[in-house]
Design a protein around this ligand. Structure first.
Ligand code: MG
Length: 248
């Protein structure tokens, strides 16, 4: 047994089965106390929405949290986003100018302020309009010199993010910061935006048994000995995967 970097998505990965999560949390806490294992949450949730879940589910205090699909990183108990990460995201990003371009699209409905951050511009968009609007938005942003990431998910949410903002790059940043090799990092997820965890190097990947079709299809099309698809769902699937890799 040795130290590792544990990084997990929250909704429908760590969170979903309270009893299994309790069991997993006890093991993780023990591992952190004994070996110095780091525990990181990486979620699409905004800070506000994450804090509500943290209270509601009694999550264990993490060593870091990545919010808004990689757009904000919080280390330890710090209340402000980690500046060096924000500086990386700033490259090629101009929130005001990007927002001005989105104003050409009347079908984009801004999400509440709690869902926005300096590196995330979020809208609601209906699935009927998305297939024509998204490519045109992409074209206009490109024409203005912006290479950004546009994510349309859940047939509702449209997020515009800096190109460097994703769960995988935020994970790599933490590996660098804490000097943890990729082969002692384990990342867990259930949906499309978690793919960024699994596309990097030789990180150990755990896909929970209840994963969404979009991730399962990609997993089967891109097999890797470093990635494990659990039989069990949610936190029980994570436990199964940690055992599979001999980490706990
Ligand atoms: Mg999820």
């Amino acid at each position: 047994m040795a130290q590792f970097l544990f990084i997990t998505d929250l909704d429908n990965t760590l969170v979903g089965d309270d009893a299994a999560m309790k069991q997993l949390n006890a093991k993780l806490l023990h591992h952190r106390d004994t070996y110095g294992t780091q525990i990181v949450y990486s979620t699409g949730r905004s800070r506000t929405s994450y804090e509500a879940l943290y209270q509601e589910k009694g999550l264990i205090p993490p060593d870091a949290v990545v919010n808004g699909v990689g757009t904000a990183l919080y280390i330890g108990e710090q209340e402000k986003p980690h500046t060096p990460w924000s500086e990386r995201l700033q490259e090629g990003w101009d929130r005001d100018r990007i927002q001005a371009i989105t104003a050409h699209f009347s079908d984009l409905t801004p999400q509440p302020a709690s869902e926005q951050n300096p590196f995330k511009i979020s809208f609601f968009l209906s699935p009927e309009i998305a297939p024509t609007l998204v490519p045109e938005l992409e074209r206009q942003l490109k024409a203005a010199g912006f290479t950004v990431t546009i994510i349309y998910s859940g047939s509702l949410d449209l997020d515009i993010l800096p190109i460097q903002a994703n769960k995988g790059l935020a994970m790599s940043y933490l590996q660098e910061l804490w000097q943890v090799p990729s082969n002692t990092t384990v990342a867990c997820g259930d949906s499309g935006n978690d793919r960024a965890f699994f596309e990097r190097q030789d990180e150990r990947g755990i896909i929970v048994g209840n994963a969404m079709q979009e991730l399962l299809e990609w997993h089967h099309a891109n097999p890797s000995p470093h990635r494990y698809l659990a039989q069990a769902s949610y936190a029980a699937g994570i436990l199964e995967g940690l055992n599979h890799f001999g980490l706990i």
